[in-house]
Design a protein around this ligand. Structure first.
Ligand code: ADP
Ligand code: SF4
Length: 734
């Protein structure tokens, strides 16, 4: 289909410095964990976005020197010519699709643990890091020679970037990196020309930009990513105070070709990577539009805001908020988002759901993956393309039982590959357990996971979806007439308090009783008796806090009890922890950590503290050594107990079919596989990945078992750059 003319503005070229981007789509710098040490994964991942229409594709934060080392988090690096070799592949891939490659130059000062390099970062004042307060991490206070050295590091890194083929260098002036450490009063205690007044504190940042302009500015664009407000109050950067004044200062120096604007610093990263549970599309609008009004028409401004709708993008552009649509997560969830708008296929956009699982992978020091897009990160190592599916050579008929995330994804990919698929579910709607999730407080955007697949399934003529059918038994499956069967029957919340803490049920916790409930029962309408409710959370992600909020909103007095060190412990990875805590506080939800349930009777939940036994080991009885155990218990008043303790696979159908393997041939069933939570309950991204992978590898010798993938690592016996004894280019001023 042709593009809707109202979206034409999105495809206008934009000039910045010596470069021109072919449209207004900018893939903002974002972490992946691929760095420069996994050149294939990095290059194909970024190249895919260029192929999908993003006119500028940036790296993640890219360390300019071993003094700025955040290992084991993986940044890109431009430390030496070895990194140039690896990152050149990224630039080549991006250029192959007529896009521009950007690299974010990053020096992290006091927040550099240097666990790999063992060097010491320099900073404005020699203070302890507030990001890693437990690590005994200080920067070395920089004198003026050190400042010159650091600026030289930026310049050398930019020159290496140019050698690698990058088109623009973006100075990270965000997330509490060194330019911000000079700028912010809380970090800068200097009394020389780099401290004191705003102009003095801004000097380092502006000098870095000016040095880059002098060194590479006639060939490369020199840009910055700046946060106008750190969203944490006085003595930090506040938009209407020093945030906008700094923009005026830097703009008047003429050293910045383009501004990418954000809010939130390292501690409040969740304000930049705002999750959909807390921030709606384009939440940064007021901050960005003021920057645009300062820098005027000649300098483009990039605005992020989890934009997935072209109408929202057009509104942002036409309102004068920005010139360029920036996106990290929407470009991960759908690398082909611009192409789909250009081709008039807006309904095919795989919209980001704002879950921040992508960020969580990085925060777990792992590799980026996406809930919505199971091919992200798999472009190189598994050779997956998000929009291309290899037609099956000999498509047979497949029955998929269960239309949750795993079953929907598997049926969709099998359908795109040409199989004849019947997707059957006893529920009246698609989505499995995710239907409930999308109705949890704050989780409406999670519903996009279902709607995207629903639209795709409706388009596939070779896929039939049968909903509201009787629950299928092994007899039903064997007699169905399909050549192959995929079981995707999901999981349910434990009804007896089974959880990871003691791996045993909780005495008296039985969801058959009126006073005990599971999340499914609550979403299904079971009445929550009494006033005092305890949510027992052994899951640690969003379900526990969602149940607590839901019930608090109904006027219950809610206490959340968890065995973990913090409520919603996983949300420290998704950057939602601070706002989860604020929400609990605002709604008066009390919480107790490091406790687990001992027993429940209506009116009273009995808990134990996980560390109630002695620290020392003693002779507890003659000849028997161990901890001195305690039987200390804590009682909580509890009219109703909500069990968010563990999920249990719905594995019976697969087990029945496997037990009747001898009958498969008689029924002409060639194979039965299982995917998703009925195999093992996991986060939705893994259920979706499971369904996707099986469908991609459906003709392999043993499709239930994944094919190997390319592992990027140094293989012994090959030369490395640099070699031991090689000299680094000098950065210290002479
Ligand atoms: P996953 O996350 O693995 O995709 P879900 O729990 O979300 O799993 O979805 C499983 C789906 O399977 C649910 O919609 C459920 O109604 C359906 N289901 C479970 N058992 C059967 C069965 N025997 N016959 C048909 N549908 C089933
Ligand atoms: Fe969006 Fe979630 Fe994918 Fe990240 S993981 S890009 S937040 S859908």
């Amino acid at each position: 289909m042709a593009r809707n003319p109202k979206y034409d503005i999105l495809f206008e070229p934009v000039r910045f410095g010596p470069k021109t981007m072919r449209n207004r789509f900018w893939q903002t710098s974002h972490c992946t964990g691929y760095g420069s040490d996994r050149p294939g994964t990095q290059a194909r991942f970024r190249g895919m976005k260029a192929e999908g229409g993003w006119a500028v594709v940036c790296t993640e934060f890219c360390s300019i020197h071993p003094e700025s080392d955040e290992y084991p988090w993986h940044s890109a690096r431009l430390w030496d010519d070895g990194d140039v070799v690896n990152l050149r592949y990224l630039c080549d891939e991006v250029h192959r699709h007529r896009s521009l490659a950007g690299v974010q130059l990053w020096y992290n000062g006091m927040h550099s643990p240097c666990l790999e390099s063992r060097e010491v970062a320099r900073g404005p004042s020699g203070l302890p890091s507030n990001v890693f307060p437990e690590r005994c991490l200080y920067d070395a206070a920089a004198d003026e020679d050190d400042i010159r050295a650091i600026i030289n590091m930026y310049v050398l890194a930019a020159e290496r970037a140019e050698q690698a083929g990058f088109d623009l260098v973006e100075v990270s002036g965000a997330d509490s990196t060194l330019p911000m450490q000079f700028l912010e009063r809380r970090y800068n205690r200097r009394s020389d020309g780099y401290g004191g007044s705003l102009a003095n504190r801004a000097r380092f940042y502006i000098e870095v930009m000016a040095a880059l302009k002098r060194a590479v500015g006639d060939r490369l664009a020199v840009t910055t990513r700046f946060e106008t407000d750190t969203i944490n109050g006085e003595c930090r950067i506040q938009h209407f105070d020093e945030g906008l004044h700094f923009v005026e200062l830097m703009h008047s120096e003429g050293v910045c070709d383009l501004w990418a604007v954000k809010i939130g610093d390292y501690e409040e990263w969740g304000e930049d990577a705002g999750s959909s549970r807390f921030r709606k599309t384009n939440w940064m609008r007021p901050f960005v539009s003021h920057v645009k009004s300062i820098v005027g028409a000649s300098v483009p401004v990039v605005s992020n805001g989890r934009f997935t709708s072209p109408d929202d993008m057009v509104t942002a552009l036409r309102s004068g908020q920005c010139d360029v649509i920036g996106a990290a997560r929407p470009s991960i969830a759908d690398p082909f988002l611009p192409t789909k708008i250009a081709e008039g296929r807006v309904e095919d956009i795989r919209e980001c759901i704002g879950c921040n699982i992508c960020v969580s992978r990085m925060q777990q020091q792992a590799l980026l993956s996406c809930t919505q897009n199971p091919t992200s990160g798999e472009e190189y190592r598994r050779g997956w393309h998000p929009e291309h599916f290899e037609p099956a050579a000999d498509p047979c008929s497949v029955l998929v039982v269960g239309a949750g995330p795993a079953g929907m994804e598997c049926a969709m990919v099998l359908g795109k590959r040409g199989y004849t698929v019947h997707l059957r579910d006893c529920a009246p709607e698609l989505g499995g357990h995710w239907r409930d999730v999308a109705r949890y407080p704050r989780c409406a955007e999670y519903g996009r996971l279902i709607s995207y697949r629903q639209i795709q399934l409706e388009k596939l003529r070779n896929v039939e979806v049968h909903l509201g059918v009787p629950a299928m038994t092994a007899d039903d499956v064997l007699q169905y007439g399909a050549d192959k069967v995929v079981i995707a029957t999901g999981a349910h919340w434990a009804t007896d308090g089974l959880g990871a803490e003691v791996h045993r049920p909780v005495a008296g916790a039985d969801a058959e009783r009126a006073e005990v409930l599971t999340p499914e029962q609550i979403m299904g309408g079971k009445r929550v008796v009494g006033e005092k409710v305890v949510v027992l959370d052994g899951d640690g992600y969003f379900t526990g806090v969602a149940m607590a909020e839901l019930l608090a909103d109904q006027g219950k007095a809610v206490t959340l009890v968890t065995n973990m060190n913090m409520v919603a412990e996983f949300s420290k990875y998704t950057m939602e922890m601070p706002n989860n805590k604020r929400m609990l506080h605002e709604k008066g939800i009390r919480f107790l950590t490091n406790h687990w349930a001992h027993s429940f009777v209506p009116g009273r939940l009995r808990l134990f503290y996980l560390y109630r036994d002695s620290a020392g080991l003693y002779e507890v009885e003659p000849g028997r050594w161990g901890r001195r155990t305690s039987d200390e218990l804590v009682d909580l008043e509890c009219d109703a107990l909500v069990l968010v303790t563990a999920r249990v696979p719905n594995g019976a159908l697969y087990a029945d079919l496997k037990a009747r393997r001898a009958e498969w041939q008689r029924h002409e069933v060639q194979a039965v596989y299982r995917i998703g939570d009925c195999h093992a309950p996991r986060q939705a991204l893994n259920a979706i990945f499971d369904g996707h992978r099986l469908a991609r590898e459906f003709e392999s010798a043993h499709p239930q078992h994944p094919l190997p993938f390319i592992r990027e690592r140094q293989l012994w016996g090959h030369s490395t750059i640099p070699q031991r004894g090689d000299l680094r280019p000098a950065v210290e001023p002479v």
